[in-house]
Design a protein. Sequence first.
Length: 187
Amino acid sequence: MGPDEFAARLDAAIDIYTAAMNPPADQLAGRKAIMRNHTTYPDFACVFAERADDLLVGFAYGFHGMSGQWWHDVIRRSIGERAGDPVAQGWLGDALEIAEVHVHPGYQGKGTGRAMLHALAEGRRERTAVLSTHDQPTAARHLYHTLGFVDLLTEYVFPGGYERYAIVGAPLPLVVRAGETAARPTP
Ligand SMILES: CC(C)(COP(=O)(O)OP(=O)(O)OC[C@H]1O[C@@H](n2cnc3c(N)ncnc32)[C@H](O)[C@@H]1OP(=O)(O)O)[C@@H](O)C(=O)NCCC(=O)NCCS
């Protein structure tokens, strides 16, 4: 789906985000504004996971990273400082930046997250995919690793933040494991 379809279902997406991440209630309005702004970024694309009755159970989205975008500029500078500009350029110079991936807790562990990421990355023209995730042994960390993502920064604290994140990147196309079909969840 494109930006208009995502914007039209933003409230349902925020409900999934809230159930999956359990954020403080006072952060939801800000998160919603950030997600709405992301729809204006170049080559924005999203994937919805729905039940047969159209109930939304998961979503993922990303866009083409560009200078002038907050996450892109902060991470590019940090990788450059840590590993040098050529490394930062290699990972972020032509990247699909995956901003959100969430599955409602009642539907996790059924292959939906993996299928959404394959669907999101399929056919993208970028050289790499990059994202940030909590630097903890989570399902997300495991999932990204099996799709080919490697750690670019660990224990990373965003400016003004306090939580520790891992910044990870993968060459595109993503790894499809033996016996798996991309973009096809387990029934
Ligand atoms: C991360 C998330 C999107 C994955 O979606 P999902 O549909 O549950 O994932 P999948 O069913 O495709 O499973 C992906 C892998 O994670 C593993 N996994 C699922 N739940 C797990 C858990 N609680 N602990 C450890 N691994 C887990 C699965 O076993 C699978 O690995 P495998 O194929 O090697 O067995 C989902 O768990 C989620 O929404 N989490 C909360 C929000 C979040 O952290 N989002 C990511 C922010 S960066």
